[in-house]
Design a protein around this ligand. Structure first.
Ligand code: PXL
Length: 267
């Protein structure tokens, strides 16, 4: 049997991020991908490519998770954009009703296009209801600040401290991403699982953020865990998948390029 991976995430129609990215990553890594959609994001070309955001009804999210976990024996799940407190409630309930071995959380905190007030509620609900159910989190620079409570993360040492604090608070394996935000030639991620601290480095591919890099990283971790890798092995492979996906990015008419996973593992 091909290992099955489930993504609970939003649709991003242009294929650069969200569930579309997760499925492509799952496929590229040899897993059988499934999705429960949480929301539908449509960039608005007439409004500076802002996000138009429509949540999926909570009962429909629960139904999708019920459907895919009834068809398949799934022990590894990735959580991407949730976007509203009602969605977080539905997903937290569905997770708590099942015993997934690995729950990989890409803690997408602020969704552009939302009211600041709604975003704060959503952030708090994510911290209170989803993080306690997660086993592995992949915060970016901004999310590492928010989850660790640190005032600044300016160095790899700061990023390591943030990863430790997030682990100690939530009991999860952490892959904290320095990305293009931390200065230096390399993109540095820090892995910490309570026992090992490992810096994962690779040369930066340009200085621009590329859409879908975070989704790809968490999806690749999920696929590797579903295949039986350890968290550290999964993190190492995921970093290589992201590097390849950024190097082979897809341009278009939007002001940001999108990752493409299709070259990973070939040539
Ligand atoms: O990359 C974050 C992200 C996740 N999920 C969806 C998105 C985005 C960013 O656009 O649209 C659905």
């Amino acid at each position: 049997m091909i290992p099955v991976a489930l993504s609970i995430a939003g649709s991003e129609a242009s294929g650069g991020a969200g569930a579309q990215t997760d499925l492509k990553t799952f496929q590229q890594l040899g897993t059988f991908g499934t999705v429960a959609l949480t929301c539908i994001v449509s960039f608005d070309p007439k409004n500076n490519w802002g996000h138009r955001f429509v949540p999926v009804e909570p009962q429909v999210i629960a139904d999708q998770i019920e459907a895919t976990t009834a068809v398949h024996d799934i022990d590894t799940v990735k959580i991407g954009m949730l976007g509203t407190p009602a969605t977080i409630d539905a997903v937290a309930t569905a997770l708590a009703e099942r015993s997934f071995r690995h729950v990989v959380l890409d803690p997408v905190l602020i969704c552009k296009g939302q009211e600041p007030g709604a975003a704060l509620d959503t952030d708090n609900a994510l911290k209170q209801q989803i993080l306690p159910l997660a086993t592995f989190v992949t915060p970016n620079h901004f999310e590492s600040l928010a989850l660790s409570g640190m005032e600044k993360i300016d160095s790899v040492e700061d990023l390591t401290e943030a990863a430790k604090r997030i682990h100690d608070t939530y009991g999860v394996s952490v892959l904290a991403k320095g990305g293009v935000v931390l200065e230096g030639e390399d993109a540095v991620d820090v892995f910490y699982d309570g026992e090992q601290t490992v810096e994962l480095r690779s040369p930066k591919v340009g200085q621009e953020r590329v859409s879908g890099a975070g989704c790809t990283l968490a999806a690749a971790v999920t696929a590797e865990l579903a295949k039986g890798a350890t968290p550290l092995e999964a993190a190492r492979t995921a970093k290589a998948v992201v590097d390849s996906s950024i190097a082979h990015r897809q341009g278009g008419n939007a002001p940001f390029d999108a990752v493409y996973q299709g070259f990973y593992g070939k040539n």
